[in-house]
Structure formats: structure tokens, C-alpha cells
Ligand binder design. Structure first.
Ligand SMILES: NC(=O)C1=CN([C@@H]2O[C@H](COP(=O)(O)OP(=O)(O)OC[C@H]3O[C@@H](n4cnc5c(N)ncnc54)[C@H](OP(=O)(O)O)[C@@H]3O)[C@@H](O)[C@H]2O)C=CC1
Ligand SMILES: O=C(O)C1=N[C@H](C(=O)O)C[C@H](O)C1
Length: 253
């Protein structure tokens, strides 16, 4: 079965990547693509005006909308999908708690799948971190993420997800963002470091150190194609499901 996807932020880095990945697959087809700066085409798909999204959702009846935009747009597009009965996949990061609450509200009406990272490697890194942290009780933890120089939000959504994973397995810890001055490290804190440089697609390192040893768990994305492929896998998996909140790990099971 071919799943028809709508794509938002079509002229953005990830929007373009999703449209490119869709053209290489048989299980998905692009229903339409939108951007707030409409006009022209990406990967042979005409870019429509995002202001017309509610009408396009009703007229074109896509199965799933795939969203990589900004926090406010993500919430707006999720609400439009809830209204039109269209499933919603998003990887947009930088959402506030209120933004996540709005996505959960949309999930009462349609299936919603949100992931701060759509790569399989990060899913594996999360499992490894959840295993390593309790095994290395009392070790210091430092988390470093590195991204291209145009990324807006810091720390990355993936870093925040990894911090939640660590809190889940060893209890809540204070975070120290960057480090400067005279204060020595406290036992339970997690140092969080965000670097922005060049065109790096995304790197995340969780460093555990203590007892005269250290363990570094690192994931490097080679290109954005890995995120686009994961998001389209999620869209194909989500299509036709009941309303509710879904996780990328369910796609990989
Ligand atoms: N979960 C994952 O696996 C991944 C998530 N991401 C996340 O996806 C999002 C988009 O990343 P990327 O494609 O690199 O970003 P870009 O800035 O290249 O593209 C984002 C597009 O979204 C639209 N947009 C809507 N609202 C905003 C806003 N407030 N700020 C900026 N753009 C906005 C813009 O299109 P227009 O205005 O024309 O509609 C823009 O072209 C980010 O949140 C990023 O962190 C990125 C890679 C992987
Ligand atoms: O903005 C990006 O590029 C990325 N954003 C996501 C994040 O914030 O974690 C995922 C990936 O690392 C690329």
C-alpha cells in the first residue's frame, strides 16, 4: 500500500530531505508540500502556501503529514491535522512543555508520532545509555552535542531526550550548561555542552567517567538522509492507526 504524505517546511533542510527520500520509495508518495514562503518546487513537487494547509488537508486527504519546522508551526500544523483527521509525524525540536501539551491534545483526535531524533543509531544509543548509567553507578556524566551552525535550539532535542533517559534510570540530576568559573563539579550534576560549527548533521556523546576509567557512547549522523528515512518509516507505520500518542521505538520493534 502506498501512504500519501504531506510535507511542511518544504524548503527547509529537513523538508527538502524528506521530499528527496520520498521520491526514492515505493511505500510513500507525496500528496503535497507547503512552506510559508510558497512558490517554486522541490524535488519536482510544487510548494504550496502553508496558510492554505487546512484546505489542502481537506481537499487532498493525505494519510499522514510529516513536519520538520519550528515550535509554533509544529503546534499549528498538529491542530490542523487533528481538525482534518490526518495522522501527524513530527521531529521538530525546541518545543515548550505547552507545545508538547498541544501535540498530546491533537493525539486525542488523530495518531501523533513525535521523535526528537529519527535515526536508528540514536534509538540504540538510548538503550545503551539506559544500560550503562545504572551499571556505572556514581560515575560522572557529561553530555555533548554538536550541530551545524544554523541550528536554532540548544541543547538539541536529542540531548534533552537523553537527559530524560538518564533521569529515568538514576533519578533527577541538576544540569550544568557549559562550565565557567571556580565552582568545582558536584557529584550528581550532568554537564551539558552544545557546540555549533559548519555543516555537521548531528553528533551526541554521553561520557561516563569514574574509578580510573571512562566510557564514551557516541552517535554521529553522516547526513540528514538518516532522519528523513526514519520519519518516512514512521509515517508508513502510523498510517491507519487509532488516535493516540506513538513513539519511534514502536516503529522499530
Ligand atoms: N527529529 C529529528 O530526527 C530531526 C529534527 N530536526 C528538527 O527539525 C526542525 C527543522 O530543522 P531544519 O530543517 O534543519 O530547519 P530549517 O530552518 O532548514 O527549516 C525549517 C523550515 O520550517 C519552517 N519554519 C516554520 N516555523 C519556523 C520557525 N519558527 N523557525 C524556523 N523555521 C520555521 C520554515 O519554512 P517556511 O517558513 O517556509 O514554512 C523553514 O524552512 C528543527 O526543529 C530541527 O531541530 C532536524 C533534523 C532531524
Ligand atoms: O537541527 C538538527 O539538525 C537536528 N535536530 C535534532 C535535535 O535537535 O536533536 C536531531 C538531529 O540531531 C539534527
Amino acid at each position: 500500500m502506498t501512504v500519501r504524505v504531506a510535507v511542511t517546511g518544504a524548503t527547509g533542510r529537513m523538508g527538502e530531505e524528506v521530499l528527496a527520500a520520498a521520491t526514492d520509495r515505493d511505500d510513500v508518495a507525496v500528496a503535497f508540500a507547503v512552506s510559508r514562503s510558497a512558490g517554486g518546487s522541490v524535488e519536482g513537487v510544487a510548494v504550496e502556501d502553508a496558510a492554505d494547509l487546512p484546505t489542502l488537508l481537506t481537499d487532498e486527504t493525505p494519510d499522514v503529514l510529516v513536519d520538520f519546522t519550528g515550535p509554533a508551526s509544529c503546534v499549528e500544523y498538529a491542530a490542523a491535522c487533528a481538525e482534518a483527521g490526518v495522522a501527524f509525524v513530527s521531529g521538530t525540536t525546541g518545543l515548550s512543555q505547552g507545545g508538547f501539551d498541544s501535540l498530546r491534545e491533537a493525539a486525542e483526535d488523530v495518531p501523533v508520532l513525535y521523535a526528537s531524533n529519527f535515526s536508528r543509531g540514536i534509538a540504540a544509543l538510548r538503550r545503551a545509555v539506559r544500560e550503562a548509567v545504572p551499571a556505572l553507578d556514581g560515575y560522572d556524566i557529561e553530555l555533548t552535542e554538536t550541530h551545524h551552525n544554523a541550528k536554532r535550539d540548544a541543547p538539541s532535542g536529542t540531548a534533552l531526550t537523553l537527559l530524560e533517559d538518564i533521569d529515568d534510570v538514576r533519578g533527577d540530576s541538576p544540569r550544568v550548561h557549559g562550565r565557567e568559573g571556580e565552582a568545582p563539579r558536584t557529584e550528581s550534576e550532568i554537564g551539558v555542552h552544545a557546540r555549533r560549527a559548519g555543516d555537521i548533521a548531528g553528533e551526541h556523546e554521553v561520557l561516563l567517567a569514574g574509578n580510573h576509567e571512562s566510557l564514551s557512547l557516541t552517535h554521529r549522523a553522516g547526513s540528514r538522509g538518516v532522519f528523513a528515512a526514519g520519519a518516512l518509516d514512521a509515517a508508513a507505520w502510523l498510517s491507519g492507526r487509532d488516535a493516540g500518542w506513538y513513539d519511534f521505538t514502536e516503529v522499530l520493534e
